[in-house]
Design a protein around this ligand. Structure first.
Ligand SMILES: Nc1ncnc2c1ncn2[C@@H]1O[C@H](COP(=O)(O)OP(=O)(O)OP(=O)(O)O)[C@@H](O)[C@H]1O
Ligand SMILES: [Mg+2]
Length: 398
């Protein structure tokens, strides 16, 4: 059977945020690959899918729609129980669906059994054969597909090389680290040259450092191979770092799908705005295209409400200057800053960035402000009084 699978386990880790880190060279490389990849593997379409588990009276997938372009990496992101794994398993043919259609490369796969869909899946648990060497594990999928021994060995070695384990080919997988085992699982999935690669929280069992390394490597390999990929995670940082596009799921459907930067800058709903990155909730009054917040005019994103609203403002879109001691604030920050007073609670140094947790003195509203470390006023410390004001960057009013 061509669909390689294992067991899933629930897992949870707190995601930290730096959405700005998501853009850059990987995204450019991704676009280049997308531009030339229409001939490689198929794109995926999931259309109007409903999934109800036996004995359940609610829909795990509720009119779920997803389109993945050939060679694209889409990450499904969302809280526990929102239907991410169900979407992936339904795509793979591991779950019966009650309604909808699944197309790969334009071909209807809805009634095609899992082992004929040309997909490979990698799970959180490594699901390798412990009594087999890394090479034998990678060869396994090829063997059951009847690939001859010499060819099998050659293909498996190529994939082990791709994941950086060529020199470990003879080792039993039970003698390998978690990160190495997941590389073997990835090599095994890629060995069958799948049309679509499905990854369900493949990094959740690994420690933070290995997790980041392997995450970046999966992205590099996926770009090289040009394999259409759906990657499930509940870790927003992971999603922002590797996706061409992220689909934020809620209650069995995708609430918004967009590239990481657009998703961060132009969230369509409160759920998306609060799930991706940090956001401040500031009181304001909106009339159509703008809201007034602390005397400043903030342009509003599509989908914003009018009247008395809460404006969702990102931490980097709030300016701050020390109250009464603005001489050491950068000039740009001082210009036109007439906002309310806040007290600094904690200053978190994050390397290049600094996050300042503060509270508005008048209302007790908590604020999170982020700025480049180089712009942090030297006198600022816990207990300092500051003046704050939102910048005129488009925001969502809810
Ligand atoms: N085998 C099952 N039988 C019955 N209900 C199920 C089954 N698997 C999942 N569900 C339910 O379907 C919904 C979606 O589950 P799913 O596993 O797809 O969520 P998820 O987004 O992958 O969550 P997590 O992040 O915890 O892995 C949940 O309400 C869950 O309880
Ligand atoms: Mg899951």
């Amino acid at each position: 059977m061509s669909l390689i699978q294992g067991n899933t386990m629930a897992s949870h880790s707190d995601a930290t945020t730096d959405a700005n880190a998501a853009s850059g060279s990987v995204t450019q490389a991704a676009q280049a690959v997308l531009a030339q990849s229409t001939q490689r593997g198929g794109g995926v379409q999931m259309l109007g899918i409903d999934k109800i588990y036996p004995g359940s009276n609610s829909k795990a997938l509720n009119d779920f729609n997803l389109e993945v372009k050939p060679g694209e990496m889409v990450v499904l992101l969302g809280g526990s129980g929102c239907g991410k794994s169900t979407a992936l398993r339904s795509l793979a043919g591991l779950e019966d669906i009650q309604r909808g259609r699944i197309l790969v490369g334009g071909q209807d796969m809805t009634a095609v059994p899992a082992n004929k869909r040309g997909m490979a899946m990698v799970f959180q648990a490594y699901s390798l054969f412990p009594h087999m060497s890394a090479l034998e594990n990678v060869e396994f999928g090829l063997e059951i597909r009847g690939v001859a021994s010499a060819e099998r060995r050659k293909l498996a070695m190529e994939k082990l090389d791709l994941v950086g384990l060529a020199d470990q080919a003879g080792k039993y997988t039970q003698q390998m680290s978690g990160g190495q085992q997941q590389r073997v699982a990835l090599a095994r999935a890629l060995a069958i040259n799948p049309k679509v690669l499905l990854l369900d929280e493949p990094l959740s069992a690994l420690d933070a450092k290995v997790r980041v390394q392997l995450r970046d490597e999966i992205r590099r390999i996926q770009l090289e191979a040009g394999t259409t990929t759906v990657f499930v995670t509940h870790d927003q940082e992971e999603a922002l770092a590797i996706a061409d596009r992220i689909g934020v799921m809620n209650h069995g459907r995708i609430e918004q799908i967009a590239d990481p930067v657009s998703l961060y800058r132009e969230p369509a709903t409160e759920y998306v705005a609060t799930f991706i990155g940090l956001t401040n909730r500031l009181p304001g009054h909106a009339n159509g295209a703008e809201a007034e917040v602390f005397g400043q005019r903030i342009p509003l994103l599509e989908g914003s409400r009018t009247g008395d609203v809460t404006v969702l403002v990102r931490p980097e879109n709030i300016s701050l200057i020390p109250a009464g001691a603005d001489a050491d604030a950068p000039k740009a920050a001082r210009d036109g800053l007439t906002g309310p007073e806040a007290r600094v609670n904690v200053i978190h140094f994050l390397g290049a960035l600094v996050r300042v947790d503060a509270v508005l003195t008048a209302t007790g509203t908590p604020l999170t402000i982020q700025l480049p470390a180089s712009e942090l006023p030297a006198s600022l410390k816990s207990g300092s009084m500051v003046q704050v004001a939102p910048r005129p960057v488009p925001a969502l009013a809810v």
